[in-house]
Design a protein around this ligand. Structure first.
Ligand SMILES: [Fe+2]
Length: 255
């Protein structure tokens, strides 16, 4: 089996208006630059995954802009909602595509995509239904001789990674999440966004990876919210047959 090539983009924060900016950054402009960079640098891409905060203003137009931009990438594409998104609008707008599919099987890997968004809240939570879906899917994978490894995608950070302003905005019921995934050694890694910074840590035997945003970045470990000046980026992931993951952050050279 050849290694599987994935790319994660996250926190694109698009607006209905194409001139929309977050901080001083035109978010559609930097998304398009990131997608151009992916087109140039990523050979044989197996899947592109957007881990939430697709839109800043949850408008139909913002999702339409996103879909027009992402169509340039020929690889399969999946998206999940973040705290800024409207999940039912995302489903409606992408009707007829498989963008909202919650599983993606490739080689001996299964990718599971979860919705951690809670209406009108910045923090995240996995609903009873979502936890049940996760457990049922992992149970089925255990019986599938073709699948040895699992990657989970979610928007909110499933561990507290730092003190300060961002401490309370992660996944609230993270212990419920780990109660499920800990039972399945096939789960190798979880990728997420939300914190707009690069993170690579291990918790309870699972690798936890956060990617920088395709627009603005947050200062890690800041007591008060602060924007950082590093450039927009994306995460490249190469999934190996034995469960190993090679990964790297690629940032724009200039905005
Ligand atoms: Fe965000």
């Amino acid at each position: 089996m050849n290694p599987i090539n994935l790319v994660q983009v996250t926190d694109t924060h698009l607006f209905g208006q194409t001139s929309g900016k977050l901080g001083k950054i035109n978010t559609l402009d930097t998304l398009n630059k990131i997608l151009e960079s992916i087109q140039c640098n990523e050979d044989q891409l197996d899947c592109l995954i957007a881990t939430g905060d697709i839109a800043q203003d949850a408008s139909s137009k913002a999702y339409e802009h996103f879909m027009l931009s992402v169509e340039k990438i020929t690889a399969p594409f999946r998206w999940i909602p973040g705290n800024h998104d409207n999940v039912s609008l995302m489903q409606r707008i992408s009707h007829g595509t498989n963008y909202c599919d919650k599983t993606f099987k490739i080689g001996n890997w299964m990718i599971i995509l979860l919705d951690t968004s809670v209406k009108h809240e910045v923090f995240g939570s996995l609903s009873e239904m979502e936890l049940e879906f996760l457990e049922t899917t992992l149970d089925l994978i255990k019986q599938d001789v073709d699948i040895s490894n699992v990657l989970i995608c979610l928007h909110h950070n499933p561990v507290k990674v730092q003190h300060g302003w961002s401490e309370e905005i992660g996944l609230r019921n993270r212990s419920d999440f780990f109660d499920v995934v800990e039972k399945f050694p096939e789960v190798r890694c979880a990728i997420f966004g939300h914190l707009h910074q690069e993170i690579d840590i291990e918790y309870k035997g699972i690798r936890l990876l956060c990617s920088p945003s395709t627009c603005t970045q947050f200062v890690p470990n800041a007591q008060n919210f602060e924007l950082e000046s590093s450039n927009p980026g994306y995460r490249r992931l190469v999934l190996q047959k034995d469960g190993g993951i090679d990964t790297e952050i690629i940032r724009l050279k200039e905005i």
